[in-house]
Design a protein around this ligand. Structure first.
Ligand code: SF4
Ligand code: SF4
Ligand code: SF4
Length: 177
């Protein structure tokens, strides 16, 4: 099993509902977030296109954040989900420094936090909260090892890209282009 997410840059309207849903679902402290929305202008004038992207931890296959963690707090669970055990985290920030995506933050409670792919919801057969609430249905989630999963099916029929492939972390969030 290999969980992954594909996000359609052609359908995302930058509403940030995914950000609010994540903050609510995961009790994120005020002023912090596990996901965020970026705006990029592509093309050459006058042929310009605005690209909105909902971004979060890429749940990479090659994880500098896990390698640099001195306590084992950062780890990988079944399905390739990268997690942080809060009780083991000493807040040193080594993982934050090593992540090329700036996907982690220091929480006011003293530990480091990040996207979990909402693994607590997956256990109940539910989609991640951000996927569930997206009004344009631009996020596809599932098991890449299952050719019938939403993420596998959409990736088989569309072109896609990953962010910062040169970082070599093998990210598992794919942007449909
Ligand atoms: Fe680690 Fe950053 Fe990759 Fe997430 S995006 S798995 S925090 S290196
Ligand atoms: Fe590990 Fe926490 Fe240090 Fe990150 S801040 S490297 S999770 S102990
Ligand atoms: Fe937040 Fe869950 Fe979406 Fe990750 S998968 S950004 S934890 S709502």
């Amino acid at each position: 099993m290999r969980y992954a997410m594909a996000i359609d840059t052609k359908k995302c309207v930058g509403c940030s509902d995914c950000v609010v849903a994540c903050q609510t679902e995961n009790n994120i402290p005020l002023g912090y977030a596990r996901d965020w929305v970026t705006e990029t202008i592509n093309g050459v004038y006058p042929s310009l296109q605005l690209e909105f992207r909902s971004e979060r931890c890429n749940h990479c296959d090659n994880t500098p954040c896990v390698r640099t963690c001195p306590t084992g707090a950062s780890h990988v669970i079944e399905g390739g989900i990268v997690k942080v055990t809060h009780e083991k985290c000493i807040g040193c920030g080594a993982c934050i420094q090593s992540c090329p995506y700036d996907a982690r933050y220091s929480s006011p409670e003293g530990w480091v936090d990040k996207c979990t792919f909402c693994d607590h919801r997956l256990k109940d057969g539910q989609n991640p909260a951000c996927v569930e609430v997206c009004p344009t249905h631009c996020m596809y989630f599932g098991d890449l090892d299952d050719s019938n999963s939403p993420v596998s099916k959409v990736m088989a029929n569309r072109k896609w890209k990953v962010l910062a492939p040169e970082a070599g972390t093998s990210p598992q969030i794919f942007y449909l282009i």
